[in-house]
Design a protein around this ligand. Structure first.
Ligand code: HEC
Length: 133
């Protein structure tokens, strides 16, 4: 699910709340071993952060696939979304690696949820009473 915000320079139109709304953090109810999370962090910062660490590509902490081992594997290893620019990582990662990354992202989703920092929106908008979700 891609998102694109178009900013009009000098425009005064307000951005509606729903245009900025992101899905909530989606930490699965599973628990993961800390060694697995640590391994996943390394792999995430090697293979995923370039595309997923910003505002444009899906934030994996909010992904519907995060709570489901099989969907995650289908996307990351089997290339289910390759037609949309999310290539299969089969050549570089094993299913076990992909699962470790899921464990790491899940732990980050937990942090995001507990911080209640659901919407990374510009400060000015946040200050104008936009409470986020
Ligand atoms: C070259 C850029 C790129 C890299 C690197 C990349 N992805 Fe993606 N990823 C994408 C794009 C683009 C999409 C959106 C695909 C779509 O809209 O269907 C996506 C979507 C996803 C989704 C589905 C998100 C959702 O719920 O909408 C998952 C899960 C995912 N990527 C996991 C990963 C993991 C794990 C890694 C690291 C192993 C990774 N990606 C690395 C580009 C990338």
């Amino acid at each position: 699910m891609g998102r694109m915000l178009v900013f009009r320079l000098g425009g005064h139109a307000k951005i509606a709340d729903e245009d900025l709304a992101l899905p909530p953090a989606n930490p699965p109810a599973e628990s993961f071993a800390s060694a697995q999370i640590g391994m996943g962090a390394k792999l995430y910062y090697t293979h995923c952060v370039f595309c997923h660490g910003g505002m444009v590509m899906p934030d994996l902490r909010r992904s519907g696939a995060l709570g489901d081992r099989d969907s995650w594997n289908q996307i990351v290893i089997q290339g289910a979304l390759s037609a949309n620019g999310m290539a299969s990582f089969k050549r570089w990662l094993t299913s076990e690696d992909a699962e470790a990354i899921r464990a790491y992202v899940a732990s980050e989703a937990e942090v995001l949820k507990s911080e209640g920092r659901e919407m990374p929106i510009p400060k000015t908008l946040a200050q104008s009473g936009n409470k986020g979700q």
